[in-house]
Design a protein around this ligand. Sequence first.
Ligand SMILES: C[S@@+](CC[C@H](N)C(=O)[O-])C[C@H]1O[C@@H](n2cnc3c(N)ncnc32)[C@H](O)[C@@H]1O
Length: 491
Amino acid sequence: MDTTIALSSRVLKTENVNWRDFKFIQQEGFKDLESDAAHRLKASILTNNFTQPFYVWEDQDNGTIFCLDGKHRTLMLEALIKEGYNVPYFLPATFIHCDNKKEAAKLVTIYSSIYARVSQQGLFDFMKEYDLDFTELREQMDLPEFDMLEMMELLNPTDAAATQAAEARANLQERFIIPPFSILDTRQGYWFDRKRKWISLGLESDEGRPEELFMARSGQSSGIYNLRNRMREATGQDPSWDEILKEAKKRGMHVYTGTSIFDPVLTEVVYSWFNIPGGQILDPFAGGSVRGIVASELGYKYTGIDIRLEQVEANIQQGKLLKAERANWITGDSSQMNDLLPESFQADLVFTCPPYADLEVYSDLDGDLSTMDYDKFLKVYREIISQACGRLREDRFACFVVGDIRDETGIYRNFVSQTIEAFSDAGLVLYNEIILINVAGSLPVRVGRQMANSRKVGKMHQNVLVFYKGDPKKIKENYPEIEIKDISENA
Ligand SMILES: C[S@@+](CC[C@H](N)C(=O)[O-])C[C@H]1O[C@@H](n2cnc3c(N)ncnc32)[C@H](O)[C@@H]1O
């Protein structure tokens, strides 16, 4: 505490004054008498007479005496006079020092009456009139339970709206992990924080890939994938990421070297929002291990299919390491899903991130979607969606993370709409469309040239499409309150 601030008394004197000469700073309606307060006040005056002085401020400029506390008493005294009571005009008043009317007005807000309560509108008008700082005064005031935020917003619209928005957002995070809006912004601090917790569990998604360097799909140009594909064609073998990186640098390409895994926060959000507790997940394009590990960690069962044996082996190894007992990976072609899964297998959620046509070619295996021309790709892709939806229970969700791709001439293929169409043909409805904003990665370096040369804006989002199978009215009964796991416990 700062002991250099000297406290002093502002009480000047107490003496008898004519209360009928009092002026008031507050307007009518500033304080309302509590419902039976008039009756209690009257009873108290008649029984106890005058036991308390008024509080007043004398304006030295003109000698006016402003009553700071006692307005309802003066009203009651007038009423008693009318009723025939003999009321003394001179009653004790305690004079308080104030530099000016604004200071006096502050005291009016602070003196609390046991009979009268300040009304929200009354206080608002008063604060405005005397330009008082509500945030300073609210701590000292005996305020009834009116809405503080509303009051702040009334008094200071921008600040209060921001405070309210921040509080509402924090509340949404507590309930849903991430605020459940149609935009999921992976650049936000809360996203990073949650992601760091997941990573600390030891997640790695690209261990099936030859090198630890994996180009983030989000921040990477398709050029890097094209380069990889061309190098593979030229040599007939898979180039290592080191080789790709070297070649890319030689060509002056900008490479975003942040290692990337499928986003565990997006995974957690989708599972928590759109799966039933403990529900079975089906992932027809598993890729790395993240979706399986996160599922197991959160108590869901997971079955992921991927056509590449080395990826599946790596996932299984990673699953063992992290004790992901509920995750299960199968090697195979998802267009043959019915042969790969037991007949009785049913899913509570379909969740995946499919190949974006040939944007990245994963292997040269027959059946690998990324090796097909676009027409064939779409045909097989639709077939896989149809089979996955066939394995989905009634009244359940399916979620695909997709991004549109351009054809050889630079025109968008409309892959997002084609995905929606495939689900619609499989009998599901589009229930939520969410835009996932990715970190910019190397985009700021690349976008200038691409915009200048061909007017292509930098794409830094993907689409999270959420479909529903069944009767949406049943959602409330099937999907209970969301429980958020404290994953830091496991870190
Ligand atoms: C977009 S990737 C998934 C990558 C994901 N974003 C990740 O890193 O976790 C798609 C996966 O689909 C697999 N794939 C391609 N065609 C397939 C098919 N017909 N059946 C099953 N998996 C297939 C590829 O091997 C690749 O791992």
